[in-house]
Design a protein. Sequence first.
Length: 113
Amino acid sequence: QLQLVEFGGGLVKAGGSLRLSCAASGTDFKINTMTWFRQAPGKPRELVAEITIGDDANYADSVKGRFTISRGDAKNTVFLQMNSLRPEDTAVYYCAAPTFGAWGQGTQVTVSS
């Protein structure tokens, strides 16, 4: 069974940066698409970024130019580099592998003004 674990959340001031990491275990195959979602209090979960098996990346309009998704050298690791953070980026961030229906437990990102 595929398991995902996120690392790297925390508290940062507006304009600062954080890097989230996600490590997948439970498969010997390269996961085709890996994604980052986020959910702020009282709001629906939204897709932040995704990266395909060919390393094509797509982003939500709200994070374009500020966030970068990338794959790590280790198989089935993915990162989310978040720069120029804003208070509205505050949310629980989840790593997900949609093809497998797998989600991480989430990591809290809080951006103070």
